[in-house]
Design a protein around this ligand. Structure first.
Ligand SMILES: Cc1cc2nc3c(=O)[nH]c(=O)nc-3n(C[C@H](O)[C@H](O)[C@H](O)COP(=O)(O)O)c2cc1C
Length: 217
């Protein structure tokens, strides 16, 4: 009796934990190419063109563009200190950028400028409630990890992680405006469903998502 119960519990544990583990194993990480520092248009022109767009072609982003996009978002711009293109309260760097593509879900590792594999599953449609979301080749998901924010009170963590996400999102907007890419940041998300699909821990909070791609002609 005891043995059979133990057997059933073991099977349930395996079924619960293994899928995420296996999925990450099946997806390979991607070493991003060095960001190009000699690209981009005049800042004032870029600001003039910054806007939200909600129609995406299904053309994929080349690795060079993805590399520049993520570095602009929150890549390391001062290697001596490991600080980023986006400011963060107390330099907590608590906002993780997950990258949902057709191939699967990755986590941007800013310090190594690399995409670490998370899930070999296309979860783009789950990153927002609007129909255009699934069409974008890349959906960024901004997730705050509250364990990176010391002993601050929860309302402070809520406020600072939202503000820090805004800086990252604006960097993405500006890079997209400079490169002629379409983008829109989004708060309309089923956070419970997406959090489950991403296997997030309870201390991780989905703040916003942002779709990026080429505009539909
Ligand atoms: C915090 C935040 C949440 C947003 N959520 C959504 C959203 O869920 N869906 C959407 O289509 N646009 C969303 N937007 C984009 C706004 O609708 C857009 O910025 C606004 O209409 C102004 O347009 P513009 O960005 O072209 O200036 C959001 C913007 C912000 C800043």
């Amino acid at each position: 009796m005891y043995r059979s119960r133990l057997f059933i519990i073991s099977i349930l544990l395996i079924l619960f934990f293994i899928p995420g583990f296996l999925s990450a194993q099946e997806l390979k990480g991607i070493q991003l190419v060095k960001p190009q520092m000699d690209s981009g248009r005049l800042l004032m022109h870029v600001l003039k063109d910054r806007k939200s767009s909600r129609e995406f072609s299904n053309r994929k982003l080349p690795i060079r563009v993805l590399s520049n996009l993520l570095w602009s978002a929150c890549g390391v711009n001062r290697p001596d200190s490991g600080k980023l293109t986006a400011p963060s309260a107390k330099n907590w760097q608590e906002v993780d950028v997950y990258v949902a593509t057709e191939k699967g879900l990755y986590l941007y590792n800013a310090q190594k400028h690399r995409l670490d594999p998370v899930l070999a599953q296309d979860i783009r449609a789950l990153t927002g409630s609007q129909s255009y979301v699934k069409d974008a080749p890349v959906n960024l998901i901004y997730v705050a990890d509250y364990t990176q924010m010391g002993t601050a009170a929860n309302d402070v963590k809520d406020l600072y992680s939202a503000v820090d996400t805004g800086f990252i999102g604006q960097n993405v907007y500006l890079y997209c405006a400079s490169e002629g890419l379409a983008t829109v940041t989004r708060g309309t998300i089923d956070r419970v469903a997406l959090g489950q699909a991403m296997h997030l821990r309870p201390e991780q909070r989905i703040i916003l998502a942002q779709s990026v791609g080429y505009p539909k002609k």
